[in-house]
Design a protein around this ligand. Structure first.
Ligand code: UDP
Length: 244
C-alpha cells in the first residue's frame, strides 16, 4: 500500500517487508527498484519530471526521513517506521554476504570508493564485489552500463546524491542487466569511514537529520527545509486528502 506525501507516492513498508521480497525478485526476472523519499526529495522532485516518474514506477519507495513518518501519522496515514536508506543498504549487504551475491557500487569520490570497497571486503567477505565506478568518472553512461552488464550484478548501489542518482537510474536502469537497484546518497562516505554516522542519541531521538545538518556546513540550509516540508505537506493533504 502506498500513500501520497506532497503528491509523491511513498510505500507503507518496513525493513522486514523489503527483505522478504528481495529473494523473490532475485529469483524472478523482474527488477526491484528501491528509491528513498525524504523531505528534501519531496520538496524538490517536481523540478525533475523523470525523477517523479522513477519514483512512481519504482517497486519500493521507502519513507527515508522522520519528517515523512510524522506527516503520515499526523494525517492518519499508515507509515509505521522510518526506513533509512543507509540501514537498508547495510541489511542488503548482509543478505548479499550470506547468499554470496554480486554487488556493483557506483558513486562517491575515487578515494572514498576505494576505502568503501576495502571495508566491504573486510566486513562482508562472502559478498562478491562485481565492480565499482566512482561518481566523478569521465566514462559515458553507455560505458558504465556496459561495464555493469558484463558482470550482471544482483545488487546495484548508486551513490551520486540527489538528484543525480535518481536521474541516472531513470535514464539507465532499463538497460542494466541487474536485479535490485537502490539509490543510497552519501552511504559510501559512511561505509568508507570518512563520514561518521550520527551518535546513537540522535538516531534514537529521530534527530539524525539535525546532527548531519549541523555537522556539515553545506547541509545547514536543510534545517529550514523541514518546517517548510511539514507546512507544505499538511496543506497539500488538507486540499487533496489521501487520494491516490
Ligand atoms: N557524488 C558523486 N558524484 C557527483 C556528486 C556527488 O559521486 O557528481 C557523491 C558524493 O561524493 C557523495 C554522494 O554523492 O558520496 C552523496 O552526496 P551528497 O552528500 O551531496 O548527497 P546526499 O547524501 O545528501 O543525498
Amino acid at each position: 500500500m502506498r500513500e501520497l506525501i506532497l503528491g509523491l507516492p511513498v510505500d507503507q513498508i518496513t525493513y522486514g517487508d523489503i527483505l522478504t521480497e528481495v529473494p523473490k525478485f532475485l529469483a524472478s526476472n523482474r527488477k526491484m527498484s528501491i528509491i528513498s523519499v525524504n523531505p528534501q526529495i519531496a520538496l524538490e522532485a517536481k523540478k525533475y519530471p523523470s525523477v517523479v516518474d522513477l519514483i512512481e514506477k519504482s517497486t519500493h519507495r521507502i519513507p527515508d526521513g522522520i519528517g515523512i513518518v510524522l506527516v503520515s501519522k499526523m494525517t492518519g496515514g499508515k507509515i509505521k517506521e522510518r526506513v533509512a536508506g543507509f540501514d537498508l543498504m547495510v541489511k542488503l549487504l548482509e543478505y548479499a554476504d550470506k547468499t554470496q551475491k554480486k554487488c556493483f557500487f557506483y558513486g562517491a569520490k575515487p578515494e572514498i570508493l576505494k576505502s568503501t570497497i576495502k571495508n566491504i571486503h573486510k566486513d562482508y567477505p562472502n559478498l562478491i564485489v562485481a565492480g565499482s565506478i566512482d561518481g566523478y568518472t569521465k566514462m559515458t553512461n553507455h560505458e558504465i552500463v556496459t561495464q555493469m552488464n558484463a558482470v550482471q550484478p544482483d545488487f546495484v548501489f548508486v551513490a551520486l546524491g540527489f538528484p543525480r542518482q535518481e536521474l541516472w537510474l531513470a535514464e539507465n536502469m532499463a538497460s542494466v542487466n541487474g536485479r535490485v537497484f537502490q539509490d543510497v546518497g552519501g552511504s559510501f562516505d559512511v561505509l568508507s569511514g570518512h563520514v561518521k554516522r550520527a551518535p546513537e542519541f540522535f538516531i534514537k531521538t529521530h534527530l539524525e537529520w539535525l546532527y548531519r545538518s549541523l555537522s556539515n556546513p553545506t547541509r545547514i540550509g536543510r534545517i529550514v527545509q523541514l518546517p517548510i516540508f511539514a507546512v507544505k505537506s499538511l496543506w497539500w493533504k488538507m486540499r487533496n486528502g489521501g487520494r491516490d
